[in-house]
Design a protein around this ligand. Sequence first.
Ligand SMILES: O=C(O)CCC(=O)C(=O)O
Length: 310
Amino acid sequence: MTATLTPLFNRDCLVNSKVVPQERLGELKDSTPLLADPIALRKQLQQDGYLYLKGIVKPQHIEAARQEVFARLAEMGELKEPAHEGIFSGVSHRDQRVSSRGEFWQSVSEGPHLRHLTHGEDMHRVMDLIMGEKSRPHDYLFLRAGVQGRSTGLHYDYPFFTRAHDQVYTVWMPIGNVPVEQGPLAIVEGSKKFKDLIDPMNGFDVALDKSRKATLSQDALSLATERNTRLLSRNFEIGDIVVFGMYTLHGAFQNHCPLQKVRLSCDVRWQPAALDVDARYFGKNPGGTTGAGYGELQGAKPLTDDWHVR
Ligand SMILES: O=C(O)CCC(=O)C(=O)O
């Protein structure tokens, strides 16, 4: 008799419309108890390349940010009413209603409730603790609202954010509950040690070297199988964050929510305040990776657009 594994998650995780088998899945390790021991916390980040922490931001701040963003998408006809449920309508009037995709997305990304959530005291406190010194977030924020079918290909963040130095950390935050069927973040276990991928990346700046791509051509399932490793994720809940460094391979599962719920999350980069900054990501109108501002983000496209992002 063959033993059957108890499913780790209550729903399937999908990569390129293929179900990820149980033996290729794992749960992100919960490091919340280590908040009381910052040295152990930092050691954990160094060792695994990520920290998964619970209860970091306040539910009321998340709810306010979620409502703020979804109200803007609803104005574009992209959500069914009531908008706060985040159910995709199947259409978009964004291009008829806004004169500039980039300006629209910048205004959504700079909403006061969203900024209070992502750049407020709770986040400063935890990032100061993780870095062991005063920390500073990028002003430029990646807001991601993803409909069914959307996923993110595997990549390291190094080619995007290390122009000044590599002491940069990504904070990924679900804005609301994001169960695995909505296609949350997935981290490749042990990927900090993939020297064959990391060594050739040294010095690679995706905005300067157009001959290369930051996203791997191999999909997450095939890579995890080939390297006998696992894709780590969670049924993310309100208040969770994941912090990871520039040498941690990650992507996002495919959103296959049958209710057509839009997956809402954001990712923001943080660094020690004392270090140099990459001016592309700071200031009143940050240019972003390519200089095109918020217009370069997938989020700037109407929700009906084809979603398969870096
Ligand atoms: O949320 C996603 O789909 C991907 C996030 C990501 O790539 C990042 O935070 O660097």
